[in-house]
Design a binder for this molecule. Sequence first.
Ligand SMILES: [Zn+2]
Ligand SMILES: [Zn+2]
Ligand SMILES: [Zn+2]
Length: 203
Amino acid sequence: MANTCIFCGTKLPRFGQEKLLCGNVFQSVCGQCRKALWDLSQEERGQRALDTGRAADPEQIEAFLRESREAAQREREAVLTDKVCLRCGKPMLRYGRKLIQLGSEGLFGPVTRDGIFSDWLEVDILRCEGCGKAEFFIPGPSEPPQPQKEEEQVTCPVCGARHSPLIGCPSCAVRLAQSGQRLRSSGEDTPQRETPRKPPWEK
Ligand SMILES: [Zn+2]
Ligand SMILES: [Zn+2]
Ligand SMILES: [Zn+2]
C-alpha cells in the first residue's frame, strides 16, 4: 500500500520513493504531488492527507492537527480584547505596541505626551479578526509603569550612578561609609582627612 502516492494513487517506484511530511507524519507521495503540496502548511498537508483516506498513521495526524488547533486557540485567547470591530462586530485582537513616526506634520497632527512635543507616537494596534480593520489606541500615562520610572531617574553628579530623585545616591552612601571605616581602622595619628564631597542633596 505504501507503493502508491496517497494523494493521486500513482504507482511509486520500489526504490527512491519520495516522502513528504504531512501533519508531522511522513507519507509516500509521487514527485508531482510532492511539488504541488510543498508550499502548504503542515496543518493543510495533514488535513489533505487525512481526506484521502489513504494516509499512514492517521491517528497521529489527527493528534497533530488537534494540538495545533489548540495552540492557535491559546494564541488567540492571549491577544483577545473585550473590544469589537466597529465595522463588522467581530472581536478585536491585540496586534502589538508600535512606535509610529509622525514627522513634522504627523498622521495625527503634532502630538504632545507629558507636555513634550514628540515626533514619535506609541500606539497599541488592535486588528479585527473578521475584516482586518485596525484601530490605534494611545496607551495611558499609567502604563507602562516601568519605562517611565526609568526616565524619571537622575544621574548623581558625584559618581554618575542613576537613582531615584526621591532618595540620596545609594552608591555614594556606600562609598562614604566604606571610607569612614578605612579611616577608623588605619590607626594613624594624623589621618589624612579626605574631605568628602558633599552630595548635591545635602544643602
Ligand atoms: Zn501523487
Ligand atoms: Zn471587522
Ligand atoms: Zn553618587
